[in-house]
Design a protein around this ligand. Structure first.
Ligand code: RFL
Ligand code: PHB
Length: 393
């Protein structure tokens, strides 16, 4: 067993873990990131695409905003469609000037890796069997193996940034945690294609056949999703079938504009709402998907990971700088206050736009009426826009 030491041991090299290590480094705090997968795998995951201003500001503060500001796209609004009707949510005018940034999570992760490399940050890949120990005391440590060799990493604190299926949440005694969960009876089938997007802005579409989303990464890279049953087989979804289904769920005018092409990625994501309370136990702090999951309809997952990291990094910086544990003690409460509001928003967007197998005709009329109300009410649009651009940290 080889013994090593750092100040903060971070589990997981997703956006949460990498961003935390970068922010800590800029404040003179040493960390080591332990990641189960290899770097290509981490960089190959296609996920989020819409960044709130809070996240883009945080990335700039972390010194990695340059490429995002150069190639990311500012979006001042998006469309909601119901059947053949479509209306625009003008984010900028409804929120007094706020917008979102369309820039892929893959690119954010690439930028974070580049910054960690430039600063000689340590990210250990293919770390097997990562296990937290001693989280109830003041000398926690992590054990893991790389290539059959065993390591023990001593640290002051452990940050569990290892996603929904990680080891961190599972290492907190069950009697100390309360979890809340809603599993939706459908998923999203997503396609990435090197085709010009259907529109300059995103289109969220409700139809009798199910939800569809037209998103994008750049002028020549489109990201589309259709709601699907959970038990589908990707082999039954060749590209032509996907494009036909997408067109059938969009307003006619939009469907006619759709440029199709071969998919370069195709995957299914189940939809889930999930919250763990509290987000800390002793010297172990959970952040991002390790603590909570939202259905992707509101584009909130990555953005919530960022607000957690904001609270956690400032708490750790205060502890190392002033010896103050006030931020660490209140981390979970502060993070959860924002998490629950984003959970509410993601759940309500999911309810508004998807078809639910158990729905009765009355439920469907309520959904149509909700959309009709939203299309004509500035007050309702303001509430939606305020949440979509992101509530303050
Ligand atoms: P991640 O990204 O899951 O990273 C966790 C990392 O931990 C590693 N790991 C371990 N490492 C060591 N030991 C272990 N035992 C480990 N177990 C796991 C994993 O390999 C991984 O590298 O969590 P993080 O960093 O908290 O980031 C969360 C975001 O990735 C997630 O919330 C978003 O992608 C959600 N999401 C969206 N969020 C948005 O804000 N806007 C969007 O537009 C948006 N669209 C989406 C999404 C998620 C989607 N899927 C696939 C779930 C669209 C989709 C389709
Ligand atoms: C995406 O581009 O992947 C995306 C955009 C908006 C969402 C979810 C996913 O709400």
């Amino acid at each position: 067993m080889q013994d090593t030491r750092t100040q903060v041991g971070i589990i997981g090299a997703g956006p949460s873990g990498l961003l935390l290590s970068q922010l800590l480094h800029l404040n003179g705090i040493d960390s080591v990131v332990l990641e189960r997968r290899d770097r290509d795998y981490v960089l190959g995951r296609i996920r989020a695409g819409v960044l709130e201003q809070g996240l883009t500001d945080l990335l700039r503060r972390a010194g990695i905003g340059e490429r995002m500001d150069r190639v990311g796209e500012i979006h001042a609004g998006f469309a909601i469609a119901g059947g053949d009707k479509e209306f625009r949510i003008d984010l900028e005018s409804l929120t007094g000037g706020q917008t979102v940034m369309v820039y892929g999570q893959t690119e954010v992760t690439r930028d974070l890796y580049q910054a960690r490399d430039a600063m000689q940050g340590t990210v250990v890949h293919e770390a097997d069997g990562v296990t937290p120990h001693g989280i109830d005391g003041d000398a926690p440590y992590l054990t893991y193996e790389v290539g059959g060799e065993a390591f023990r990493l001593h640290c002051d604190f452990i940050a569990g940034c290892d996603g929904f299926h990680g080891v961190s949440r599972a290492s907190i005694p069950v009697e100390s945690l309360r979890t809340y969960e809603k599993v939706y009876p459908f998923g999203w089938l997503g396609v990435l294609s090197e085709t010009p997007p259907i529109d300059e802005e995103l289109i969220y579409a409700h139809s009798d056949r199910g939800f569809a989303l037209c998103s994008l990464r750049s002028r020549m890279l489109s990201r589309y999703y259709v709601q699907c049953p959970l038990d589908i087989d990707l082999a039954d979804w060749p590209d032509d079938r996907f494009w036909d289904e997408l067109k059938a769920r969009l307003p006619r005018a939009a469907a006619e504009r759709l440029v199709t092409g071969p998919s370069i990625e195709k995957s299914i994501a189940p939809l889930r709402s999930f919250v763990t309370e509290p987000m800390q136990h002793g010297r172990l702090f959970l952040a991002g998907d390790a603590a909570h999951i939202v259905p992707p309809t509101g584009a909130k997952g990555l953005n919530l990971a960022a607000s957690d990291i904001h609270y956690l990094s400032t708490a750790l910086i205060d502890w190392y700088r002033d010896g103050s544990d006030a931020g660490l003690k209140t981390y979970s409460d502060r993070a959860l206050a924002r998490v629950w509001k984003a959970e509410r928003f993601s759940w309500s967007m999911t309810k508004l736009l998807h078809t639910f197998p158990e729905d009765q005709p009355f439920d469907r009329r309520m959904q149509e009426t909700e959309l009709a109300y939203l299309s004509g009410s500035k007050a309702a649009q303001m509430a939606l826009a305020e949440n979509y651009v992101g509530l303050p940290y």
